[in-house]
Design a protein around this ligand. Structure first.
Ligand code: GDP
Ligand code: IMO
Ligand code: MG
Length: 433
């Protein structure tokens, strides 16, 4: 059992394999706590050939004794939550007695989904490429101080009725020809509240007690640093703080509770939706990565855009999050390539850029500067020690560490739990000892 509470979060644009890494680390923790995002996330975990896709429920849930927490920073669509819980039950996983949901978490309502779709349509070619789950509009209502929280669904009925009526009326004024009726929505919220009631609690208090008893907590991020509302490629981002700051605000834990930060990065780069991806590939090579990496969205099924590993991005993530180490995933997807590239900077009209810029216009027409290294023909797939990796793959990882400024404590060589290298001399091994 770990003695350190750690955060595990995405260091690129999402889908790095956070689910797999959280799942394989979970046996060392008592509790896994999700701190932001919603069911826009899709975390895939394979256990002995069986596939699980988690959206709202932390990826620790597949381990029977672990408590899983959904923090106040998460936005919850009750129907999506129930669907996920029912699906897990069908697959033999029960959340009973080990799921806790923050009373302060905000709720995604059906009209948030509608507003999401309308907003995207209004943006036309400038669209974000959202997951259409209503995430942005739900966070807008939260920040606008008109959101509905889990505790509102469980308390004073008259107050909830008033809030729902006010919100629906306001929405009807915004959306042309909209005549949404508040009553069915109110009834649905009451019914959902009754199902959620046994799980709802003061998550911050629970975590404080756990940590006082010396039990280790893993803080689980969704999305990723480059999709963070503050530090990502704005406006092509999600609407929450996916980077490490989100842990404190999204769970009500103090910064000193975070004993270590593990960034998850793919051995190449992918992105779903719109926005810059400086190392993006097209043609046969992109198709090759997409097919061998099975790069299709776990939530929406959209093909992911694929490119080479971008050390500018990961170095930026290391700074923003104070990464202690990386979990490098999907190294096996590069197996068999003649050459592999690492991006170390961008050539732009205004010179060479090596720090990720705030203004995306600085990336217009940017061409990546690559270091090309020999690929490897001996597969890395399934390797469980560094020594099993072909020398070229070892050199690739070493160079990637140098230019990213952070070491790979974990190397993932396949989607199954077992297909993982944890370096025995690494900071992660120390956390787990
Ligand atoms: P997440 O959102 O960060 O949890 O990542 P996703 O689950 O959306 O996408 C990662 C995909 O890669 C999933 O289908 C995983 O099963 C798969 N995966 C994770 N690690 C590895 C790996 O090391 N090798 C391969 N081939 N697949 C992996
Ligand atoms: P996981 O946790 C990859 C992207 C969307 C879109 C942008 C905004 O599986 O890594 P939103 O619906 O959040 O308003 O969409 O963010 N996005 C993700 N991309 N992985 C995710 O989650 C994502 N969640 C949102 O594609 O570009
Ligand atoms: Mg995903």
């Amino acid at each position: 059992m770990s003695k350190t509470n750690i955060a595990v979060l995405g260091a690129q644009w999402g889908d790095e394999g956070k689910g797999k890494i959280v799942d394989m680390l979970t046996p060392h923790f008592s509790t896994v706590a999700r701190y932001q995002g919603g069911h826009n996330a899709g975390h895939t975990v394979y256990v002995q050939g069986k596939k699980f896709v988690l959206h709202l429920i932390p990826s620790g849930i597949l381990h029977p004794k672990v408590t899983c927490i959904i923090g106040n920073g998460v936005v919850i669509d009750p129907q999506a939550l129930f669907k996920e819980i029912d699906e897990l039950a069908r697959m033999g996983i029960s959340v009973d007695g080990r799921l806790l949901i923050s009373e302060k978490a905000h709720v995604i309502l059906p009209y948030h989904r509608e507003l999401d779709v309308l907003s995207e349509a209004r943006r036309g070619e400038r669209k974000i490429g959202t997951t259409s789950r209503g995430i942005g509009p739900a966070y807008e209502d939260k920040i606008g101080r008109r959101g509905i929280r889990i505790c509102d669904m469980l308390g004073d009925r008259a107050a909830l009725q008033e809030e729902v009526r006010e919100n629906v009326n306001a929405r009807n004024r915004i959306i042309k020809d909209s005549t949404l009726d508040w009553k069915p929505l109110f009834d649905q919220l009451l019914a959902s509240g009754e199902r959620i009631r046994p799980w709802a609690t003061d998550v911050s208090l629970f975590l404080a007690q756990q940590m006082k008893e010396g039990k280790a907590v893993m803080f689980e991020g969704a999305q990723a640093t480059l999709l963070d509302i503050d530090h990502g490629t704005y406006p092509f981002v999600t609407s929450s703080n996916a980077s490490v700051g989100g842990v404190c605000t999204g769970l009500g834990v103090p910064p000193r509770a975070i004993g270590g930060v593990l960034g998850v990065a793919k051995a190449y780069t992918t992105r779903v939706g719109e926005g810059p991806l400086p190392t993006e590939l097209s043609g046969a090579l992109a198709d090759r990565l997409r097919e061998s990496g099975q790069e299709y969205g776990a939530s929406t099924g959209r093909p992911r855009r694929c490119g080479w590993y971008d050390a500018v991005v990961v170095r930026y993530s290391a700074r923003i999050n104070g990464l202690d180490a990386l979990a490098l995933t999907k190294l096996d997807v590069l197996d068999g390539l003649d050459d592999v590239n690492i991006c170390t900077g961008y050539k732009t009209a205004n010179g060479i850029v090596t720090e990720f810029p705030a203004d995306l216009r600085a990336l217009n027409g940017a061409t990546p500067i690559y270091e090309t290294m020999p690929g490897w023909k001996t597969p890395t797939k399934g390797a469980t020690t560094v020594e099993q990796l072909p020398p070229e793959a070892q050199r690739y990882v070493r160079r990637l560490e140098e230019v990213s400024g952070v070491d790979c404590a974990i190397i993932s060589t396949g989607s199954d739990r077992a297909e993982t290298i944890v370096r025995p001399d690494s900071v992660v091994a120390g956390w787990l000892a």
